[in-house]
Write a protein that binds this ligand. Sequence first.
Ligand SMILES: Nc1ncnc2c1ncn2[C@@H]1O[C@H](COP(=O)(O)OP(=O)(O)OP(=O)(O)O)[C@@H](O)[C@H]1O
Length: 809
Amino acid sequence: MPPGKGRDHARGDSPEGRRNSKSRKDSLSAPDVGRIYAVSYQFYSLPAFRYSNILRAIVIINGLQSVILWLCGGDTQYFEQNIEAYKFTHSVFDIAMVAILKTVSLVVISAALEEASYKMLDSPFDRDLQAKAFWLHVAIKLVPFSALVLSVVKGALVLNALLNDSDYERMHAPYNALCISFTCLTAIELAFSLWSGRAMRQLQMVRILHQFNERGQELDKDGRAVHKKPGLLKLFSLAREEAPLLAGGLTAMLLSSGAQIVAPLFFGKVVDAALRSMSDLNQTVLILLGIYIGGALATMVRAWLFVLAGQRMVARLRRKLFGAVVSQEIAFFDTNRTGELCNRLASDTQVLQNAVTVNISMLSRYVLQIIGSLAFMFALNPSLTGKYVQKKRKEFQDRLADAGTQAEEALSSIRTVRMFSGEEKVKELYGIEVDRSYKVGKKLALAQGTFDGAIGTLAYGAVSLVLWYGGKLVNEGTLSAGVLTSFLLYTLQVAIAFGLISSLYGDFMQAVGASIRIFSLLERMPEVANDNGQILPSLSGDVEFKSVRFTYPSRPDSEVLKGISFTVEPGEMVALVGPSGGGKSTIVSLIERFYDPDSGIIYLGGHDLKSLDPQWENIAYGCVATDEEVEEAARQANAHDFVSQFKDGYDTLVGERGVRLSGGQKQRVAIARALIMNPVLLLLDEATSALDAESEHLVQEAIDRAMKHRTVIVIAHRLSTVRNASKVVVIDKGVIAEMGTHDELLKQNGVYKRLVLRQLTAGSVEPTALEAAHIENDSLEMQTGADPVTFGQGSIQGQLPVNGQIPNV
Ligand SMILES: Nc1ncnc2c1ncn2[C@@H]1O[C@H](COP(=O)(O)OP(=O)(O)OP(=O)(O)O)[C@@H](O)[C@H]1O
């Protein structure tokens, strides 16, 4: 075997190459198929269908067949006859031995030749290699040639003896067959070996290039990640950890199937015994009862172990799958619907559970029942009908999943639905999906019925045929009634098992479908890896954006950030303001590393954000805090008073997304969470709308406290906040339109001034002298209302400190 040549030139079919190839294959990911990646490393492998493998296959077949024919041809004394009383024209012992030798030597020589030729592709002028290759080429021709000479000489002598020697005792027929087949196959091998020179030169052309990106995904020639469909084998690999349980289950199944197989035999015996005597009958029935009880016990153990294995596997798979889903980058959730993901967790895993456990059990049981069955049963080919049913079944499942997704989405946003009186609309949408699945379901029902009916007709047709023929034999006296009964039961059993196996095939195919979806999730590598990267001993809160450009992967046509650069010094409070849709929240999302920028760099504490460990950056939201710490944070956030008024105090269930709290309360709880995590850098998305003056005051006070002694980046909507900011960055249409302090920016006649004027007209804040002057100057502009921008939109959608991620309450 040619050895691999390092990472960028390793051979796929060398042991190392294979291992490499396998571990890399594991990380393929379906959703990345369209993206183009740079090749990080590559290696070559050779196709399975190639010269050396064909030659090896022929010699191995010849070797095996020679030995089998030799053993079959002799009588009980063939060893003595062939070895002790060896005669060149009577025994084939010598040919069988040569066949074995030839097989071993040609397999070894062809491998060595391939290795030498492969090395010569890289070092064509290596003399030693050339000499080695020469002698290997000679050997690969010499071996079949010598074997052919032997068999031709033997054949000629045998023929001569047959024609001219009247005393010649003929060889067994298998011996003759051995001589002839050995001669023919060896001649083919010789012809093949004559072609070895050319075949070896072609190695370069037939080798297959495997290239991988730095994330270990295999790429096609265009640099796109390839996605290979998982097969049944991969499906079963999911149940690897349950192997001991499955082995126990299979053993129990062997016992129960054994009982099922011998039972019909005793049925027949019961009939015969009943015709003989009562004591015979009692004895036979007792044995039959014993068989049934033993079988039932084994069935119990079998069912228990298989179901247990299935439950264990599906529990593990769900945990793993959920882990894989939650570690995906945020962009993944922009394009994958929650309902669909939940469906995969719930139903796809269930399908897999059945396939790899219960279905294996059933399959093996039926296969065992079928072994030794009637050949004509297999002549029937139900696969065509089976495939149709299978297709419809998959379609049905998909439609059902769509309906599930629809329902999930409507129910999870039921408040919005109610607010806009959208009940009729969602009912209609759900109805459409259900109708679709029903349509497929109708077709499935008909197909399944037809399929089952056809199988039943065939099965009972076969039974009738056996019954008629058996009855005829009984009538003629050549068969006992008992044997006929046993035979009939066997036929029935086989026919039923056969029918069930074809339906199992459908289940397996459905499982393969489910596993494609599951594996694509399990193996998907998040774009933003979340488990590696630098962990800094401490973090200073400075942030720098350097020419950052960004486009949401789910909306590739519109660039959201178009070269953003600004700095935030430690301890500074920077306010991001600007018209709605300008890109403020996107900037915060990038700092949170929900996404990575397309170009440009974001520095956090002087380090490229991409080089830091995201899990360290965003401490898990299940942060542990003592009751005292929680209470203190709540006091700081002005939340303690209202929380203590609840019946259950701090144990109150706030409901999904905090729906049982008022807007102002939600904001204060979120601030309390931020305080508990005590972040160095605090990211705030301020909200002003829909709060009364008292709430507004409490929230503002809480925010002011939260901002103290830390670096803060705030998406500001309140004038009081921007006034206090060390720096105001105005983001408009993805670029920084203006940057400076509140007063500096007011003096410019730009976007910011218009924003401030709009805010001040809302009347919630007293203007300063400078602002009042601007109102005077711009009163006309205000009255025309020509400016479409707003300053006070949005709600507190999660105050997310970089090192303390807070979920929405
Ligand atoms: N997850 C997303 N996927 C695709 N596009 C998005 C996503 N989030 C935001 N956008 C788009 O990016 C642009 C900038 O949005 P962003 O939320 O950053 O603006 P903003 O300045 O924070 O606005 P607002 O003040 O209204 O919150 C908008 O056009 C928006 O539609």
